[in-house]
Design a protein around this ligand. Structure first.
Ligand SMILES: *[C@@H]1O[C@H](CO)[C@@H](O)[C@H](O)[C@H]1NC(C)=O
Length: 116
């Protein structure tokens, strides 16, 4: 099983306004890279994957459409996951892997500010 790491940039602002950040990631590409012995999994055909931008505390909803053979999870590197530990993407610890040719929707909150 693999775990794919996605980068989320959370901007810090003095506001009470929140907007839901809703994205879709399609994961259907795997390729080799000259300096790596491990295969690279691409989200939306890019590695490190597309940047997801949010303001701090915005709700984040990411629909993952997964089309590779080997089950996987998405780890949101550096995100606190307060109240949503099941969305952290630790395969076999906080969630089961996403099966091949299936989908999962991750929901959490953009915390903390910074590029995670
Ligand atoms: C990823 O690609 C899908 C189309 O397959 C598009 O709708 C979506 O906006 C893209 N996601 C990001 C974060 O760019």
């Amino acid at each position: 099983m693999h775990t794919l790491v996605i980068v989320v940039m959370v901007m810090s602002v003095m506001t009470t306004q929140q907007a839901i950040v809703s994205e879709t990631l399609t994961i259907d590409t795997i390729f080799s890279y000259s300096t790596s012995t491990k295969p690279i999994i691409a989200a939306n055909y890019t590695f490190l994957g597309p940047l997801i931008q949010a303001y701090e505390n915005d709700p984040i909803i990411v629909r993952v459409i997964y089309k590779l053979a080997q089950p996987t999870t998405i780890h949101w590197h550096g995100m606190f996951q307060i109240g949503t530990p099941n969305m952290d993407g630790a395969v076999g610890v906080t969630q089961c892997a996403i099966s091949s040719f299936s989908e999962m929707t991750y929901t959490s909150k953009a915390q903390p500010a910074g590029t995670a």
